[in-house]
Design a protein around this ligand. Structure first.
Ligand code: SF4
Length: 316
């Protein structure tokens, strides 16, 4: 798709970075994106999730950080009971930092991607150090990015929603919405496409309302612009969504096929002593189920992974 230079955005004082940022959407569409999205969110968005902070004047960054880590690769409905258990047992970051790893792991068990739990526990200790030194949670993007397991999008979400400051998010949901709306057909695993998407996300995020905007984008991606069945007829972006105009919504985002993963087979050994006690071993920190307790495993074989023949659209 040819790019339309966003000349309407240029001002006499525009700097080189602005001039170099070309988008596939017109300036009028770029300007009206946030108002349309926020109007839709006010009426149709979710306003009762337990970690949302947009209806309070005293946001709690701990709650946003915890939920953001839990929501990585995981659906809201799955996270809700885990979040409730965490908040009941560790109502503050100090409680989480002081907990034993085994207790944290037990609370996380079943949520998957266990590296997140290890990072969360380590991150809680780092946050407590920052609070002890400065009297507060980190107040900058760089401060949050220094916390274990916090990437640029999570840091942006915490800044915007957890501190009510300026922050930009560009997570999987946002990438899906933006690649469709702007018909960005570069591979989203490539850094050039990532850069393009971040530039677009920054261009669209309103400086004064970035927390609400972040929340609205998340809701859009989760409830309307879903992977396999986007509800375009209800979408506030429908009139200028380029993927919708082409009837190719599910062709975006474009993602290279991953190398097939090998499969590893092991026997799980149930070893019981005379009193009925079962032998459990703690897994090493790295690798599958890192830091968790499991039955001893006896390696059997490793086989090459199957080639995944599904297209990105089919997988979505
Ligand atoms: S019109 Fe459809 S594809 Fe485009 S952003 Fe909306 S829901 Fe997504």
């Amino acid at each position: 798709m040819p790019k339309i230079d966003d000349m309407t955005q240029l001002t006499p004082t525009a700097n080189l970075t602005t001039i170099e940022n070309n988008f596939t959407q017109l300036g009028t569409s770029l300007d009206s994106f946030a108002p349309r999205l926020l109007d839709w969110f006010a009426e149709n968005g979710r306003h009762d999730l337990p970690w949302q902070q947009h209806q309070t004047d005293a946001p709690n960054p701990y709650v946003v950080w915890l939920s953001e880590v839990m929501l990585q690769q995981t659906q809201v409905t799955t996270v809700l009971p885990y979040f409730a258990r965490f908040m009941a047992s560790f109502p503050t970051v100090q409680d989480l930092a002081a907990a034993e790893w085994d207790t944290v792991a037990e609370h996380w068990a079943g949520l998957g991607y266990y590296a997140r739990a290890r990072n969360l526990h380590k991150g809680a200790k780092q946050l407590v150090e920052v609070i002890d030194e400065t009297g507060d949670f980190p107040q900058t993007l760089a401060g949050w990015e220094a916390i274990s397991g916090v990437g640029p999008s999570t840091a942006g979400a915490i800044m915007a929603m957890g501190l009510h400051r300026y922050g930009v998010i560009c997570d999987g949901n946002v990438k899906r919405v933006l690649t469709r709306w702007a018909a960005i057909d570069g591979d989203i695993t490539k850094s050039a496409t990532t850069k393009e998407l971040w530039a677009l996300a920054e261009r669209l995020t309103p400086v004064d309302d970035s927390g609400l905007f972040a929340q609205a984008m998340m809701d859009m991606g989760a409830t309307l612009c879903t992977r396999s069945k986007p509800a375009c007829l209800l979408c506030p972006l429908q009139e200028d969504c380029l993927a919708h105009a082409e009837g190719r919504e599910t062709d975006y985002p474009v993602k290279a096929k991953k190398q097939p993963k090998p499969s590893k087979f092991s026997n799980a050994l149930l070893i019981e002593d005379i009193d009925g006690k079962i032998l459990w071993l703690q897994r090493p920190d790295n690798g599958i189920w890192g830091g968790l307790w499991s039955l001893p495993l006896q390696f059997v074989e490793k086989t090459a992974g199957k080639v995944n023949t599904k297209t990105a659209a089919e997988k979505n």
